[in-house]
Design a protein around this ligand. Structure first.
Ligand code: NAD
Ligand code: ZN
Length: 396
């Protein structure tokens, strides 16, 4: 285990608790992967709060209110601000509601914002905490699989604006992050499926093939118990390591986490928002990335086959064209070009390499476009000839 990950095992019956400490651009984030939902006592203690508690606020949505109530218990000391759930509520209006509630409870710069919810609640709360009185204190209790393996760790905050996802945001890592698997007991199946795709993405990026083998061994069932904690821990370790290396996505390292996302976002936009989950779109995008990587000679055939077969085992749609595409190739390509990850006017993709992932950008764009037109939208297979990839970094 690399030295910068502090790895503690604590046995709770059959359940293992794992703690990690990361430093993201000078800010220390502690991550606790555990069975139980934390109490306020635990949160304030871990936040280093000695003596009287400062006025603080717990933010949840209508579906995570029972979890928020479990955190506060009988303690009325921390008021709860409940937002409506859903990506369509990831707006400035919700941020304003959080800021207003914080002001109403007299939260000062020493006060703590506690998010209890999935990625929408943690992104909104983290953004509000980052601008409240020029920045206050933040703790995240993540309650979705996607939140645990992706959104809660790494310091990206934000909300949707002008119809663009995460158009406005900041980097503001939480000091304490709890990933309590007990909270997943009420998570709907479609949300499990959405998070599972990000878990598969991380396993593909991980150069330790043990993670990939572990996911294969589930044969399409969602992991439970110790195995679930193990999967979350592996994702957290990898994401934490990547974000430590490239906290503000100025290099190529953090971009690797976008495996499957350029294609996935394009599919989400042409299919129409809400018709398929983010994870389903990313899973389909990963299958496309495999095909692209194969054509570029970067993804070995057996690796592409193994990834697509893992995706299929979890019942993700992997074939092109996607049944919800209902569009022509040109429209799809336009949607691909509209991805905000587009760099310097050229399309950027992450493709699986022999191990880990690799960024392909600044390539001779035309052949890729032709390839996409021929294969990724209309089906079929071909090789891209004479492509030079401007390099490329693996997830070491
Ligand atoms: N900051 C980052 O680095 C990062 C990374 C990935 C994704 N994200 C963001 O995360 C968001 C998606 O996150 P998400 O999938 O968690 O969405 P979400 O927060 O909307 O949660 C999905 C649904 O599950 C419900 N829910 C949450 N926890 C529950 C529980 N324990 N039991 C029952 N229902 C529960 C929510 O109310 C919601 O209806 C997107 O907005 C995305 O931009 C951020
Ligand atoms: Zn994602």
């Amino acid at each position: 285990m690399p030295p910068y990950i502090h790895f503690n095992h604590e046995e709770f019956g059959s359940i293992v608790k794992k703690d990690y400490t990361f430093t993201f651009a000078g800010t220390v984030s502690e991550v606790h992967i555990q069975d139980e939902i934390p109490t306020l006592d635990t949160i304030f203690t871990d936040m280093g709060q000695k003596g009287p508690r400062p006025a603080s606020l717990l933010i949840c949505d209508e579906n995570t209110l029972p979890i928020a109530r479990k955190i506060t218990g009988e303690d009325p000391g921390v008021p709860i601000c409940t937002l409506q759930s859903g990506e369509e509520k990831k707006t400035w209006g919700s941020v304003e509601k959080i800021l207003g509630a914080a002001k109403a409870v007299g939260l000062g710069r020493d006060g703590i914002f506690i998010a209890a919810g999935g990625g929408v609640i943690s992104d909104l709360t983290a953004f509000a905490a980052s601008i409240y009185m020029r920045g206050s204190r933040l703790c995240i209790v993540s309650t979705t699989l996607l939140g645990m393996v992706d959104a809660a760790v790494g310091g990206k905050t934000g909300f949707d604006l002008f119809g663009v996802k995460n158009f406005a945001g900041t980097f503001f890592p939480a000091a304490q992050i709890y990933l309590p698997v007990e909270s997943l007991k009420t998570l709907p199946k479609n949300e499990w499926k959405s998070g599972m795709a990000e878990l598969i993405k991380t396993a593909v990026l991980d150069r330790d093939e043990e993670f990939f083998r572990l996911l294969k061994s589930f044969k399409g069932d969602f992991p439970r118990g110790d195995k679930l904690i193990d999967c979350i821990a592996r994702s957290v370790a990898l994401k934490g390591r990547i974000v430590e290396a490239d906290p503000k996505e100025t290099g190529t390292e953090r971009a690797l986490l976008n495996l499957g996302h350029t294609f996935g976002h394009a599919l989400e936009s042409v299919a129409g928002l809400g018709r398929l989950s983010h994870g389903e779109a990313v899973a389909w995008g990963m299958a496309r990335s495999c095909e692209l990587g194969l054509a570029l000679g970067i993804t070995p055939k057996d690796r592409a086959d193994a990834i697509i077969s893992l995706l299929r085992s979890f019942a993700y749609e992997t074939a092109a064209p996607h049944p919800l595409m209902e569009t022509d190739a040109e429209t799809f390509l336009k949607a691909l070009g509209g991805d905000k990850k587009k760099k310097g006017g050229k399309l950027t993709f992450i493709v699986p390499a022999a191990q880990g992932g690799q960024l392909v950008s600044d390539t001779a764009e035309k052949p890729i476009t032709e390839f996409l037109l021929k294969n990724l939208v209309n089906g079929g297979s071909s090789k891209i000839k004479n492509l030079t990839t401007n390099h490329t970094k693996n997830t070491n």
